[in-house]
Design a protein around this ligand. Structure first.
Ligand SMILES: *[C@@H]1O[C@H](CO)[C@@H](O)[C@H](O)[C@H]1NC(C)=O
Ligand SMILES: *[C@@H]1O[C@H](CO)[C@@H](O)[C@H](O)[C@H]1NC(C)=O
Ligand SMILES: *[C@@H]1O[C@H](CO)[C@@H](O)[C@H](O)[C@H]1NC(C)=O
Ligand SMILES: *[C@@H]1O[C@H](CO)[C@@H](O)[C@H](O)[C@H]1NC(C)=O
Ligand SMILES: *[C@@H]1O[C@H](CO)[C@@H](O)[C@H](O)[C@H]1NC(C)=O
Length: 373
C-alpha cells in the first residue's frame, strides 16, 4: 500500500527543550504540521529541515510520499531530537489529497486493520518517530461508506493496542463538519485510544466552492465547533485547536463589492512559490501587502482578518488574531494549538521577525500558563 506520510514534531517546552533535565510536560502543546513537499519549492519558498526551529513548537507535522525517505528527510528530522530533549516527532499519514477511499478499504476488515497497524509500528520504530497522526479525510465522506464510523473506531483501537506498548502516541486530525461527530467519529473510542485530536479549524469557506467571499477561520464558528466536540464528551486536554498560517484567496465579481458575502468568480492566481490556486503562504501575502501599487486594505473581524485590493480578496491570520485564538484555547483549557503549517509562515523573516505567527503562539503560551508539575 502506498501511503502519504507526514511528520509531526512535538516540542513540549519551548526553549526549555534545550536543557538536559527539562521537565517536558506543558499544559498547552504547540503542534505544527510541516508540508514536507515544501522542500521542492524554489527560491524563498524552499524549506528544509534546517529551517525548523524546535524552540517554537510542541509538534510539527508534514505530508509527503515515500520520496521523503529516499531524500533522507525523515532521518534528518528525527535527528533534530538529538539536541532537543523534549521534542517529539510524529509521522502522519493521509491528508486532503489522499482522499478517503483507500482508508475506507483499509479499515474495513479486522485483518487489514491489523496489517496496517503492524506496518505503522514497523515504520515508526525504524525511523525513530514518537507516534502516528492519522489524517483520514474523512471517514464516511468523500467516497467513504456508512460503515466507516464503526471501522474508524476499530482502527484507532487496533493502532493504539499495537503501538502503545512501545510508548508511541496516536493522534488524529478531524474535520470541522460537526455532523460527523458521533457518526464518523465515535467519541468514546477516540477518548479511550487517541492522545490528541487536531481540529482543523480553518477552511470554513473555500474559494474553490464558494460563490461569495467568506472567512476561513472566524472565531465565532470555531467556538461552536469546539463546543460540539466537548459536548459530545471529548476531554478538553485532548482537543487541539488548529490555526492556519496561509491565506485563502478569491477573485471578486465586482471590485467594489469587497465585503464578506459579496459575489466572487473563483480562486485567485497561485502564489509564486506555493503554486496553488486560491492559496497563498503568509510570506507571499506579506509580499503583496508591501506592494504600494496594489493598495491593499485589511480589515480585522471575528478574530480573523480579510483584505482586498483591486479584484482580489484574501482571508488570513495575523499576529493579533493568532494571539486571540491562542488565548481562547488557553481560557478553555484545551490541549493546545496546532498550526498548518510551518513552511507557510514567514519562516525566513523576510518581512520582520522569523516565524511571526508561530512565535506569537509560543509567546502567548509561555506568558499565560504555568508549567505542569
Ligand atoms: C538533510 O540534511 C542535509 C544536510 O544538513 C541537507 O543538505 C538536506 O537538504 C536535508 N534534507 C531535507 C529533506 O531537509
Ligand atoms: C547537535 O548539536 C551539536 C553541537 O552544537 C552539533 O554539532 C550537531 O550537529 C547537532 N545535531 C543535530 C542533529 O542538529
Ligand atoms: C515505556 O515507558 C515506561 C514508563 O516510562 C517504561 O518503563 C518502559 O520501559 C517504556 N517501554 C518502552 C518499550 O520503551
Ligand atoms: C463506539 O465505540 C465503543 C467502544 O469502542 C463501542 O462500544 C460502541 O459500540 C461504539 N459506538 C458506536 C455508535 O458505534
Ligand atoms: C454556487 O452557485 C452554483 C450555481 O448557481 C450552485 O450550484 C452552488 O450550489 C452554489 N454554491 C454554494 C456554496 O452556494
Amino acid at each position: 500500500m502506498r501511503l502519504i506520510l507526514a511528520i509531526i514534531i512535538v516540542l513540549l517546552c519551548g526553549s526549555h527543550a534545550l536543557s538536559e533535565d527539562a521537565d517536558c510536560e506543558r499544559k498547552t502543546e504547540v503542534i505544527c504540521y510541516w508540508g514536507s513537499w515544501s522542500i521542492y519549492r524554489e527560491g524563498i519558498g524552499h524549506f528544509t529541515t534546517e529551517d525548523i526551529d524546535p524552540t517554537l513548537y510542541s509538534e510539527i507535522s508534514s505530508l509527503d510520499t515515500w520520496a521523503d525517505i529516499d531524500l533522507g528527510g525523515f532521518e534528518n528530522i528525527t535527528s533534530i531530537k538529538e539536541n532537543y530533549t523534549c521534542l517529539k516527532i510524529v509521522l502522519a499519514i493521509g491528508g486532503w489529497n489522499e482522499g478517503s477511499i483507500k482508508y475506507s478499504v483499509m479499515a474495513a476488515t479486522a485483518e487489514s486493520r491489523k496489517k496496517f497497524a503492524e506496518g505503522v509500528l514497523r515504520y515508526l520504530v525504524y525511523y525513530g518517530f514518537d507516534g502516528l497522526d492519522l489524517d483520514w479525510e474523512y471517514p464516511t465522506s468523500r467516497g467513504g461508506i456508512l460503515e466507516d464510523g464503526q471501522n474508524f473506531a476499530s482502527l484507532v483501537t487496533e493502532i493504539k493496542k499495537t503501538i502503545s506498548p512501545w510508548n508511541l502516541t496516536l493522534s488524529i486530525a478531524v474535520s470541522i463538519d460537526t455532523s460527523l461527530i458521533g457518526f464518523a467519529y465515535n467519541i468514546s473510542a477516540i477518548e479511550q485510544n487517541v492522545d490528541f485530536v487536531n481540529l482543523m479549524a480553518y477552511d470554513y469557506v473555500l474559494p474553490a466552492t464558494a460563490n461569495v467571499t467568506g472567512l476561513s477561520s472566524p472565531l465565532t464558528a470555531i467556538k461552536e465547533t469546539v463546543s460540539s466536540w466537548l459536548d459530545a464528551g471529548l476531554s478538553r486536554e485532548k482537543l487541539i485547536l488548529g490555526i492556519p498560517t496561509y491565506a485563502r484567496t478569491y477573485i471578486l465579481a465586482d471590485d467594489n463589492g469587497h465585503n464578506i458575502g459579496d459575489p466572487v468568480i473563483g480562486e485567485a492566481e497561485p502564489g509564486e512559490f506555493t503554486k496553488e490556486a486560491g492559496f497563498l503562504a503568509y510570506y507571499e501575502l506579506l509580499d503583496l501587502m508591501q506592494d504600494a501599487f496594489l493598495d491593499i486594505t485589511s480589515v480585522q473581524t471575528d478574530d480573523t482578518n480579510y483584505a482586498y485590493g483591486s479584484n482580489e480578496w484574501y482571508t488570513y491570520e495575523t499576529e493579533t488574531t493568532v494571539r486571540a485564538k491562542t488565548m481562547y484555547a488557553i481560557d478553555q483549557h484545551l490541549g493546545g494549538i496546532m498550526v498548518w503549517s510551518i513552511d507557510t509562515d514567514d519562516f525566513l523573516g523576510l518581512y520582520g521577525k522569523k516565524y511571526p505567527l508561530l512565535k506569537t503562539i509560543s509567546e502567548v503560551i509561555m506568558e499565560n500558563e504555568p508549567r505542569k508539575k
